[in-house]
Design a protein around this ligand. Structure first.
Ligand code: DC
Length: 223
C-alpha cells in the first residue's frame, strides 16, 4: 500500500502552514513546507544577485539547493535562514521564481522524496493537483482576503512591526493573482479537493476538520 499523504493547498496567509504542521504533529507524520523551497530558491537568487527572470540560472540554483530541515529550523549553506526566508521581499521573489517551469521541475524530486512512512502532510499550491495526485485526502484551505490580511497584521504586530491592513490586503490580492494566473501549476483546487473556508474558524477548529476528513478517507479506503 502506498504511503499516506494529506495535501493542504491554498492562497497565501490562509493558515496552511500552521494547520499542516499541527495535523502532521497530531498524526506523527512528516511535514513538507513546499513554499519554503521556492522561498529558499528566491533567497539564494537575491543573495547572489541572480536575475529573477534568468530561468536557466534559477533552475540550476533550485536543482543544487541543499537545505536542511531540522527541528522547525531551516539551514541553507551553513546559515540559519528560518526567519530570513519569511521576509516579504523573499515572498514576492518566491512567487516570481515559482512561475518558471524549469524551477518547478527542478524542485519536483525533492518534494516527491518527502513521502516517507508513516505518512506525509504537504502544504503549498499544487500538492494535490500536481505533486501528489494520489493523496489520501486533499484539502483546499481558503479565507477571505480581509481575514488573511487581519491574520498577517496580528502576526506582524506580535513581532512589533506596525503595518497597514489595507496595504496588506492589497498585497495578498496581488500575490493571489500572480499565483492563480500563471500558466504552470496555477493555484487551483484539485477537482476532488475538499474546500475549507477558515475565515470564521479558529486554528483548532480547522485542524479538527482536516483530521475528521482524514479519518473518513482512511475508513473508506480500508473498506
Ligand atoms: O506558501 P508560501 O507563501 O511560503 O509560498 C511562497 C511562494 O511560493 C508563493 O508565492 C507561491 C509559491 N509556491 C508555489 O508556487 N507552489 C507551491 N507548492 C508552494 C509555493
Amino acid at each position: 500500500m502506498s504511503i499516506a499523504v494529506i495535501t493542504i493547498d491554498g492562497p497565501t496567509a490562509s493558515g496552511k502552514g500552521t494547520v499542516a504542521s499541527l495535523v502532521a504533529r497530531t498524526l506523527g507524520y512528516h511535514y513538507l513546507d513546499s513554499g519554503a523551497l521556492y522561498r529558499l530558491t528566491a533567497y539564494k537568487a537575491l543573495k547572489h544577485g541572480v536575475d529573477l527572470a534568468d530561468e536557466p540560472a534559477l533552475e540550476k540554483l533550485a536543482r543544487e539547493l541543499e537545505p536542511i530541515f531540522r527541528e522547525g529550523k531551516i539551514e541553507l549553506d551553513g546559515e540559519d535562514v528560518t526567519r530570513a526566508i519569511r521576509a516579504e521581499e523573499v515572498g514576492v521573489a518566491a512567487s516570481k521564481v515559482a512561475a518558471l517551469t524549469a524551477v518547478r521541475s527542478a524542485l519536483l524530486q525533492v518534494q516527491k522524496s518527502a513521502r516517507k512512512a508513516p505518512g506525509l502532510v504537504a502544504d503549498g499550491r499544487d500538492m494535490g493537483s500536481v505533486i501528489f495526485p494520489d493523496a489520501t485526502l486533499k484539502v483546499f484551505l481558503t479565507a477571505s482576503a480581509e481575514a488573511r490580511a487581519q491574520r498577517r497584521f496580528n502576526q506582524l504586530k506580535e513581532k512589533g512591526i506596525v503595518a497597514n491592513i489595507g496595504t496588506l490586503a492589497q498585497d495578498l490580492r496581488e500575490r493571489d493573482r500572480r499565483d492563480t494566473e500563471r500558466a504552470v501549476s496555477p493555484l487551483a483546487p484539485a477537482p476532488e479537493a475538499k474546500i475549507l473556508d477558515s475565515s470564521d474558524m479558529t486554528i483548532e477548529e480547522t485542524v479538527a476538520q482536516v483530521l475528521a476528513w482524514y479519518r473518513e478517507a482512511t475508513e473508506k479506503r480500508s473498506h
